[in-house]
Design a protein around this ligand. Structure first.
Ligand SMILES: [Zn+2]
Length: 479
């Protein structure tokens, strides 16, 4: 089955040009001017539209069991939302319980994800440590296409990774050619401040940001980077939300360290005034960690995006409905943490980034797709438009517009953190694995058509890192 896209402008992370594009099976097989459709090919007219690599959201949590409940969007509804927004691949998280086998958890998540409509892959979280964890990390890297491991520096008494775990796990990652990633918030301080707020009678959602001030993230970001730096390991910081963390990444990059930063569409556009809303449900709907921040942090994040300090955009899509949020009615620390966004991410980046003159369309592609593909070693199968690459594409209509709302989004929850935002420039058609997956507001892909993506170890940045390591081997002084 082949698909010919005619008359559009191809936009990659490095160039824009007019060409037709032919997909056959799940690959791009030809790019050129005035291509003749093969017999029985489906033909799509993309005149006046942009053809870009399908989005990659490197941070989602579909169906996550968390804080005593399970996220409302499962791998079916969550990946439909992804496709509706032009995202063709998600990298979700396997989160083993402390003491649980990593492989057991991995197979559990693989099983849940079988119903995905879009492509998917998994980071695996390191929530505890003994020798068996290191051995299972090796199995995951060598046999299961996992090349990244996540560490939560927050969530004390649950899944928090303490410094000894970070040191052991980062060392193992380096040995395996994998990349450690961190949720950087000081869990001890969060725990202390949560108790303090509740003791002072601040039990509503306004207590959430008060228990997680920006310095809590700044401290953890600096610590995680310093640990990785000392060990010679690369590091990736998920959902960077503060000026302090951007500064920490910039400082490390300026000093030659391999460090990457991810930013969420939400943190770039929503500020902490949402927690002052007198409607409990609306305030609680915005409870996620790290929390939304005072506006000056948004400016720092955008500057980090423009300067290349932050390379990827994600959503941390983890949807909880009002009923689930109500579990924390009397204590904000019990409100399940998470918001939706996998559908809106690219639209928000287009509107607030491209339309605001902060980034070019080519930089948009890098930030929404190519950079994640490179860091997590999927490039150029994903994140690229070239002959031989996977036919995961989004056709963008720069002249269409709509207003975002929970009433029309695909997610299973009643709130949207982007409610009321008008977007000029929309994903109109999403092609996943060479097939129409979403077209003009309608779902075409079936549950189970999404493919698991193997991610091999030793992403390209490892070449320089390994060379540095070889050159800096400690030497015995002969006497
Ligand atoms: Zn997350």
């Amino acid at each position: 089955m082949s698909l010919l896209i005619k008359g559009g402008t191809i936009v990659t992370h490095e160039e824009s040009y007019q060409a037709d594009l032919l997909c056959d099976g799940n690959l791009i097989v030809e790019i050129g001017e005035n291509l003749t459709p093969p017999e029985e090919a489906e033909v799509l007219d993309a005149t006046g539209k942009l053809i870009m690599p399908g989005g990659i959201d490197p941070h989602t949590h579909m169906q996550l069991p968390f804080m005593g409940t399970v996220a409302k969007d499962d791998f079916a509804s969550g990946t439909v939302a992804a496709l509706a927004g032009g995202t063709t691949s998600i990298i979700d998280f396997v989160i083993p319980s402390p003491q649980q086998s990593l492989l057991e958890a991995y197979h559990q998540w693989r099983d849940w994800a079988k119903k995905s409509h879009s492509n998917y892959s998994f980071h695996v979280a390191i929530t505890w440590w003994d020798d068996s964890v290191g051995e299972e990390m090796e199995t995951l890297v060598k046999e299961h296409g996992v090349n990244s491991f996540k560490h939560f520096m927050a969530y004390k008494n649950a899944i928090m990774a303490t410094d000894d775990i970070l040191v052991s796990s980062f060392t193992k990652c380096l040995e395996l050619g994998a990349i450690p990633t961190v949720h950087a918030e000081n869990g001890e301080l969060v725990y202390h401040l949560q108790n303090k707020m509740v003791a002072q009678g601040i039990t509503g959602p306004e207590g959430h940001p008060l228990s997680r001030p920006s310095s809590v993230e700044g401290e953890a970001a600096n610590r995680a980077i310093s640990i990785a730096n000392t060990l010679g390991a690369p590091i990736y910081l998920v959902h960077v939300s503060t000026e302090e963390a951007v500064d920490a990444i910039r400082y490390a990059k300026d000093h030659g360290h391999t460090v990457f930063g991810e930013v969420l569409a939400g943190h770039l556009t929503v500020d902490d005034s949402v927690y002052q809303n007198t409607d409990w449900e609306t305030a609680a709907a915005h409870v996620m960690s790290p929390p939304f921040r005072p506006k000056h942090h948004q400016d720092a994040l955008w500057k980090g995006v423009q300067a290349g300090t932050l390379q990827t955009t994600a959503t941390d899509h983890c949807a909880f409905c009002i009923e689930q949020k109500s579990m924390g009615k009397d204590d904000f620390s019990k409100i399940p943490n998470g918001t939706a966004g996998v559908e809106e991410r690219m639209m928000v980046m287009w509107e607030k980034g491209v339309n605001s003159g902060k980034i070019t369309p080519n930089e948009f592609v890098a930030l929404t797709s190519t950079n994640s593909a490179k860091i997590f070693n999927l490039y150029p199968s994903k994140g690229a438009i070239r002959v031989g690459a996977d036919a995961d594409l989004v056709i963008w209509n720069p002249n269409a517009s709509k207003t975002l709302s929970a009433k029309t989004h695909q997610s299973n929850i009643e709130h949207s953190i982007f409610e009321g935002m008008t977007i000029n420039g929309l994903p109109e058609t999403t092609i996943c694995n060479g097939k129409l997956a979403w077209h003009e507001g309608k779902l075409h892909s079936k549950s189970g058509e999404g493919q698991y993506i193997d991610r091999p170890a030793y992403a390209p940045f490892y070449e320089a890192l390994t060379k540095r390591q070889e050159l800096n081997q400690p030497k015995v002084v002969e006497r």
